[in-house]
Design a protein around this ligand. Structure first.
Ligand SMILES: Cc1cc2nc3c(=O)[nH]c(=O)nc-3n(C[C@H](O)[C@H](O)[C@H](O)COP(=O)(O)OP(=O)(O)OC[C@H]3O[C@@H](n4cnc5c(N)ncnc54)[C@H](O)[C@@H]3O)c2cc1C
Ligand SMILES: *[C@@H]1O[C@H](CO)[C@@H](O)[C@H](O)[C@H]1NC(C)=O
Ligand SMILES: *[C@@H]1O[C@H](CO)[C@@H](O)[C@H](O)[C@H]1NC(C)=O
Ligand SMILES: *[C@@H]1O[C@H](CO)[C@@H](O)[C@H](O)[C@H]1NC(C)=O
Ligand SMILES: *[C@@H]1O[C@H](CO)[C@@H](O)[C@H](O)[C@H]1NC(C)=O
Ligand SMILES: *[C@@H]1O[C@H](CO)[C@@H](O)[C@H](O)[C@H]1NC(C)=O
Length: 493
């Protein structure tokens, strides 16, 4: 068996087509009304059609739902017509970018699914050094289009992730040490408001809405295009490494030293403790590393502590950015159910390493008999000043003065019988690790914002949006007084 783990953030499993052919006939009145209202630039698809399956696709089978129809919108005006019909008929709906959120219902629905694949433009403006990017794209497409121009954007670190959900939730990138989050690099949003109106939202046109969209996900309407800052891009160096579980002490020490000593913003790593019950080793553990330097060759010595440890897999080289992001093959061996959660403000000390390692092994054993495929805890090492790259306020993070790092908890399993167990375990492991960190003296964790793109469904909104929440709720009342966007799932103001 070849099960590759990309530093905890991505595991390769097979997504079989989850949609079985059901009724082909357009019987739903709302779908029919939409089909009549939209222009010829847009189209409605029903179960059984391959484009229906493409529309509802999610990376995790557990967050795929079978909608009544999929409407592929082709123009912002058509998105507006669709939203008006959905609002008037109070029809539950979903808007999806890359389909990578793992919370069920956040970009899936049993009602009407709006697919944005037709918003697929990448238009670079060399004068302003900005790029207009359609909201139906995944980052891979954007990187591929920009590479020949020698420029790049602040986007995702793994293959297949949507521009839209990633950006509207915050967006931690390999370029974040240098330029901040994805939200810090958006100059304008083309937004279809819940009342159907199409507007260009910028700091100049509507500062409050501009603030709200930067982290507020789908609360304020449907974004059809982003205007993003670009930066020069050379070839980069890095990739993925997998170590046997026995290397945990060496990689933990190297990670602590990296965090404490490396101040070069071009360098970043992710270290993941990953439990795989089917491994043939006594310790069902592998250590995953994603390693990145934003130049063709890293400074001598910078990553030696990692490179010196014998690895079971090493794919590290000088390459283009897209190749780095796609370093691990996207092959899947089984349909997978996925839960994500996070830890606030994990400062990577050896004590925290021991705490998380114990948790990895304990929870791995606990879940083994519940069709566990992979359990992973990933430390994402960023510089403390990553929140200093924006002088405007953003919905997320609500707090920029104190440093905190994203930390990802990932669970994959195969049987829906255990969905509740996994949800509860993802919540419980987070709570135990927070307590453990506080016991180790990291008392600040109680007040650190939770990343909306990792947080598990049910997380209180205050944990994510903190002191911004009242302003976001007021903004929501202004932009969406009849709560059309409340018909779509997600973090709701
Ligand atoms: C394998 C993997 C790797 C990841 N790597 C990273 C990483 O490197 N850095 C990081 O920060 N995060 C990462 N994430 C988390 C990622 O940011 C979230 O999953 C994010 O939501 C993905 O965006 P999407 O467009 O694919 O999601 P979707 O599931 O399509 O959408 C997510 C949310 O955004 C809303 N939305 C989507 N499109 C629009 C739109 N046009 N207008 C309004 N609302 C919209 C949806 O309704 C939904 O609520 C990763 C996740 C996975 C599964
Ligand atoms: C780096 O950090 C570690 C751990 O904090 C420390 O012991 C070490 O002296 C530092 N310096 C170097 C060069 O690794
Ligand atoms: C991955 O899939 C591709 C195409 O489906 C195939 O050619 C390749 O051999 C697979 N690789 C692995 C490691 O399974
Ligand atoms: C290890 O993890 C288990 C399960 O969460 C917990 O009960 C135990 O107290 C932990 N031990 C240490 C030393 O942290
Ligand atoms: C898992 O199942 C096996 C086989 O049924 C059993 O021997 C083992 O004790 C179980 N482990 C746990 C942790 O429940
Ligand atoms: C996060 O942890 C670091 C290291 O322990 C600490 O310096 C920082 O103040 C913490 N942040 C918050 C918001 O507590």
């Amino acid at each position: 068996m070849k099960l590759l783990v990309w530093a905890g953030l991505l595991v390769y499993f097979c997504i079989q087509s989850s949609a079985t052919a059901v009724s082909q006939s357009p019987t739903d009145v709302v779908c029919i009304a939409i089909a009549h209202a939209i222009s010829s630039a847009s189209e409605v698809f029903y179960p059984g059609d391959p484009l229906y399956n493409k529309g509802i696709y999610h990376v995790a089978i557990s967050s795929t739902q079978h909608s009544k129809c999929v409407v592929e919108a082709g123009t912002p005006a058509d998105v507006g017509k669709i939203l008006v019909i959905l609002g008037r008929t109070r029809t539950p709906f979903a808007v999806k970018g890359g389909g990578h959120i793992t919370n069920i219902g956040f970009s899936s629905t049993l009602g009407v699914h709006i697919s944005l694949y037709r918003f697929s433009e990448v238009k670079y403006n060399p004068v302003s050094q900005t790029v207009n990017v359609g909201s139906g794209l995944i980052w891979d497409d954007v990187y591929a289009a920009l590479e020949p121009l020698g420029v790049n954007v602040v986007g995702a670190r793994a293959t297949g992730i949507g521009v839209a959900g990633f950006t509207l939730g915050g967006g931690y990138s390999y370029k974040t040490n240098q330029y901040g989050l994805a939200v810090d690099n958006v100059l304008a949003f083309q937004l279809v408001k819940p009342n159907g109106q199409v507007v260009q939202v910028s700091q100049a046109s509507d500062p409050e809405l501009f603030f709200g969209l930067k982290g507020g996900q789908n609360n304020f309407g449907v974004v059809t295009e982003f205007t993003l800052k670009t930066f020069p891009q050379t070839q980069v160096w890095g990739g993925v490494i997998e170590y046997p579980g026995t290397a945990v002490d060496a990689i933990t020490a190297a990670t602590v030293a990296f965090q404490n000593n490396v101040t070069d913003p071009k360098a970043t790593i992710i270290t993941a403790y990953t439990y795989i019950p089917t491994l043939e080793t006594d310790l069902k553990l592998i250590i995953g590393l994603a390693i990145f330097y934003d130049a063709p060759v890293p400074p001598a010595g910078l990553f030696d502590a990692f490179l010196a440890v014998p690895a079971t897999l090493k794919d590290v080289s000088t390459r283009n950015y897209l190749s780095l992001v796609q370093a691990a093959p996207t092959n899947f061996t089984q349909p997978t159910r996925v839960a994500y959660n996070l830890l606030p403000n994990l400062s990577f000390t050896s004590g925290v390493g021991a705490l998380v390692l114990n948790e990895t092994l304990a929870v791995g054993q606990l879940l083994t008999n519940k069709t566990l495929a992979v359990l992973s805890y990933a430390f994402e090492i960023f510089l403390p000043n990553i929140y200093s790259h924006n002088s405007y306020k953003t919905a997320f993070p609500p707090e920029r003065a104190v440093p905190f790092q994203p930390f990802n908890i990932l669970m994959e399993w195969t049987s829906s019988e255990f969905d509740t167990d996994y949800h509860e375990t993802a919540v419980a492991t987070q709570a135990r690790l927070i307590k453990g960190q506080i016991a180790l003296g990291q008392t600040g964790v109680a007040n650190v914002p939770y990343y909306p793109n990792y947080a598990i469904a049910g997380t209180p909104l205050e944990k994510i949006y903190g002191a911004n929440l009242p302003a976001l709720m007021a903004l929501k009342k202004r932009v969406d007084p009849s709560n059309v966007m409340g018909l779509a799932g997600g973090w709701k103001f």
